[in-house]
Design a protein around this ligand. Structure first.
Ligand SMILES: CC(C)(COP(=O)(O)OP(=O)(O)OC[C@H]1O[C@@H](n2cnc3c(N)ncnc32)[C@H](O)[C@@H]1OP(=O)(O)O)[C@@H](O)C(=O)NCCC(=O)NCCS
Length: 167
């Protein structure tokens, strides 16, 4: 069996920057939550593609909070980074920031954890390259990702259970 060369998280780390335009906003002039979710998915997918160089599907997005609004005219910045790699799946962290164009003031507005599964063109799962974990910080991040994965697979199993009282 051929082994796949491991990669560092820094090799796939991705930053996306976009200005918030009126078309992206609600009547208060804040970016739509759905638009932020779309950009999170894209940023996470790009980092994952750069790591795996395979086709991917989004398997899960963990609970998402919107801590501060991002206003029309602000920049939205998304930083995506692979935190941990499993067998055919991997976890990516996406941090979202707002930046005021006139002052440069930055705020963290959301943090999302996404799981992607690598597939071939027929939809069969394929192994992903290992992640080179070189620092204590990277080791801690990967350990935390393992714990989140356990929780998420438990939630998935629960979601598959029939709802009591449903017809
Ligand atoms: C995600 C999907 C491929 C998982 O299929 P499955 O048959 O349940 O998964 P498998 O048992 O083959 O597991 C494959 C890997 O995915 C992981 N996985 C599956 N569902 C998961 C979930 N909800 N959260 C986290 N990881 C998950 C498994 O743990 C396994 O990881 P590993 O190989 O690294 O150990 C399948 O449910 C699917 O195709 N969903 C739709 C995806 C989609 O349309 N996304 C939006 C557009 S891209």
């Amino acid at each position: 069996m051929t082994s796949i060369a491991p990669k560092r998280a820094s090799e796939s780390a991705t930053e996306m920057v976009q200005v918030v335009l009126p078309n992206d906003a609600n009547p208060l002039g804040y970016i739509l939550g759905g638009t932020v979710m779309h950009l999170i998915d894209i940023a996470g997918a790009i980092a994952s593609h750069r790591h795996t160089r395979t086709l991917l599907v989004t398997a899960a997005v963990d609970g998402l909070q919107f801590l501060h609004p991002i206003k029309v005219g602000d920049l939205i910045i998304l930083k995506a980074r692979v935190t941990c790699v499993f067998k055919t799946s991997l976890e990516v962290q996406v941090d979202v920031f707002s930046e005021e164009t006139l002052t440069g003031r930055r705020q963290l507005t959301s943090r999302a954890y996404l799981t992607f599964v690598a597939t071939d063109r027929e939809g069969r799962r394929v192994p992903v390259p290992p992640l080179l974990v070189e620092t204590e910080e990277e080791r801690r991040i990967c350990q935390e990702a393992h714990a989140r994965r356990e929780e998420r697979l438990k939630r998935k199993a629960d979601a598959g259970q029939p709802v009591v009282g449903s017809q």
